[in-house]
Design a protein. Structure first.
Length: 317
């Protein structure tokens, strides 16, 4: 039997993707070099385990501590229901590209009733998975989950209190993740407008759960620690960081978003995203041919670093 972490997490799983970019900076310019083709993928999971499950989980955690084992990608699971022993094909979510020939798939009903099979083909548009051999067990409420080889990214931890279950947490690092950088289509890339040779993300869903921003200048502080000190600004433009959130309402929107993230490869490829704040207010109506905008005075002339890029949006969107 394959080495597998068979426990199903509760609620949501936090998935993180990490690329590696070498950023070479000068006073006014920078060059970015992508160092990692495929992102490093980590899954953070929380479990409610019965005493028997906890006993098995502790034994597995100790045995697997320095080993590689199969990790279910629970965010990609889908229900298939009844399956008979000997079946050599599985129905598959048509929007899920995580299955391909040569990879492993988990057929799971519980942490004690499951099996791992190798995939020989996954039909296009992904409606069926063909297995190398027939199922050994029968299932009444099976789910299918893609598998990847992984390891523990941190220690397996458990909180035991006066209740019939224990709360356990585990974080897994996937050894080889998928590269979807060439699949980016749809709202986030294929049909997105361009400005100065870069794509513009115009999806207002970004603001649904708030945006967090920070602004800083890279500085060098010269301090003898005897009295006064000097501060030298190292770059002409400030660094701005924004933390935004998307809400994908359908499976296709979720995959479009994931493809777009892969196409950016972390900090490698730049793009435009509006602040979605009414930073300036027009003081005069504008026409289509106008090249000058009159705005309410907010101190831009004295304080801002030029050039400034603005997005104009009509009341009709």
């Amino acid at each position: 039997m394959a080495d597998l972490w068979p426990f199903e997490p509760i609620s949501s799983v936090t998935e993180s993707l990490e690329w590696l970019t070498d950023v070479i900076r000068t006073v006014s310019k920078e060059q970015r070099i992508s160092m990692r083709k495929q992102p490093r993928q980590e899954l953070s999971c929380t479990y409610h385990l019965s005493p028997a499950q906890l006993g098995r989980a502790k034994a597995m955690a100790q045995a697997y501590a320095a080993k590689r084992f199969l990790v279910p990608l629970w965010p990609e699971w889908h229900a298939v229901g009844v399956l008979s022993a000997g079946a050599t094909s599985l129905p598959k979510n048509e929007y899920n590209p995580m299955y391909s020939a040569g990879q492993s798939v988990l057929i799971w009903q519980s942490d004690t009733l499951w099996e791992v099979k190798e995939i020989t083909s996954a039909s296009n548009p992904y409606s069926q998975i063909t297995l190398q051999s027939g199922l050994a067990n029968s299932y009444t409420r099976a789910v299918v989950v893609p598998l990847r080889e992984g390891s523990f990214a941190q220690e397996f931890s458990v909180e035991r209190e006066a209740r019939p279950y224990s709360v356990a947490t585990a974080r897994f690092r996937i050894i080889v993740s998928n590269d979807f950088s060439t699949r980016a289509t749809g709202l986030y890339l294929g049909s997105a407008p361009q400005y100065r040779s870069r794509r513009v993300v115009t999806d207002r869903a970004l603001t649904s759960v708030g945006i967090r921003e920070s602004y800083r200048h890279e500085l060098d502080v010269l301090d003898s620690e005897l009295g006064d000190f000097a501060v030298v600004q190292l770059r002409t433009q400030p660094d701005q960081s924004s933390q935004v959130s998307w809400i994908a309402k359908t499976a296709q929107e979720r995959w479009d978003l994931l493809y777009w993230l892969h196409s950016r490869k972390g900090r490698w490829k730049s793009f435009w995203v509006p602040s979605w704040n009414k930073d300036v207010t027009l003081a005069h109506a504008i026409d289509a041919a106008d090249t000058t905008l009159r705005i309410a005075d907010i101190g831009i002339r004295e304080l801002a670093s030029f050039p400034i890029d603005l997005m104009l949006q009509t009341r009709e969107g």
